[in-house]
Design a protein around this ligand. Sequence first.
Ligand code: ARG
Length: 508
Amino acid sequence: MNTEIDTGDRPADDAGEPSGEGLWGGRFRSGLHPAIHDFTNSLPFDRRLVRHDLVGSLAHARTLAETGVLEGEDARAVLRGLSALLEDVEAGEVRVPEGGSPDEDVHGWIERSLRERIGEPAGRLHTGRSRNDQTAVALRLWTRDALVRLAGAAAELCRAWIDEAEQHRETALPGYTHLQRAQPVTLAHHLLAHAWSVLEDGRRLRSVHDAAGVSPLGAGALAGTSHDVDPERTAELLGFEQGPHPNSLLAVADRDYVAEALFTASLLMTHLSRWAGEVVLWSSTEFGFLELDDSVAQGSSIMPQKKNPEAAEVLRGKAGRVAGRLSGFLHTLKGLPFAYNSDLQEDKEPLFDAMDTAEESLRAARVLARGVRWRPERMAEALRGGFLTATELADYLARRGVPFREAHEQVGRAVMEAESRGTELWELPLEVILEACPAAGEDVFEVLSPEAACRSHDTPGGPAPGRVAEQLEEARERVDELRTWSRERPEPPVVRFHRSGALLEGLA
Ligand code: ARG
């Protein structure tokens, strides 16, 4: 066992050459202390940005070549070198190291790798650009891709719920307020409530995707650049629909799209946790509205009879984790001065973790949703004993001219009578109903059953079969639209150039 404690007091005299690995170092006499290098190093996590950073670099280089800032052989060498590196990274031929590298971030790694491939011209790539605008570009591109993947996964989960809803248009169960049985609804109606929540998350994911479509390139370190960099063109090459950022100070400091992505992921997870909590509750013996297929439930190591809804519990738990990422990141941003500060480097891990967690949660939720076996007979049992159609009776009396307050009072007496007889309202003899509610007629039984109650609640968004059919159709359309949007996102034009070998086309 190594008992030597590194107090960090030793000078960095063994650090050798001034570092910065070619990115800086000119004004430094000694190297960076290894502990500080390790502490500030973002390569272990920003290595995930390698593809997006290469794409940003390609757009920057192509624009410099178009405006003539990069010329002739230099321009071609840089573009070919970046393109080959991207190809190798995508093919898995080249991997960014996870640790033990001299580079302080993925941007440094890329520049060094390019230098190893093409030599001196690699040093010209950074003309008119800073790592501050560079890192912001890469993270925007990464975030947009992650949002698209999440939207696709959200659509698939909604589809699973809608498919189930389709099968259960007629399955009645109690709807709850205060977790007390309130009024009958159908299972289709209930499942669609979950689907609409997540469809709205899909809309939010798209809107954050749009908001992130602003290009920081041209902002330089903070104050723009004197080089002819053509930010409109780089924005176009990167597919940033909104063009260059309106303010260079904000361009390098702006992480609002990260906060928005985190919020959207958090709210989505909150919605998943509501559903997951319901799966836990409904699979309990007390509720028993559903049973989980063996493929989505787990057993106990000691209690042989147990079947635990663990996937649902883990899902519920992950919501807290993602909300924590949002909260943590807002604290990172709070009070930061303009423009770039290294605190902002702490944007990546929360974002990566939140987006990964939300995506895997959506995929697990879909499998779980498909593994639910409904128990309509238990739902039917739950419709008994709670006098869920008492409101129907009051409404019926009100329609026959009894003031609603008075009807409410009368129905209360009918409920008391049914309770003392141990029967349902619809099982009471007409004479008994008439005693409590003198305005009732023989047709009173038509409003008293749960099915009749659902049928008569024919307001928009209500549980009446026709309304649910409308909802099903509309929700399906929304799912298809979200899926198509997610599948058919065009790649940034510069990526298309790269893939088709057209990166050098039209250059002098
Ligand atoms: N590694 C940094 C980040 O992740 C990028 C470089 C920022 N610029 C700087 N001068 N440190 O945000």
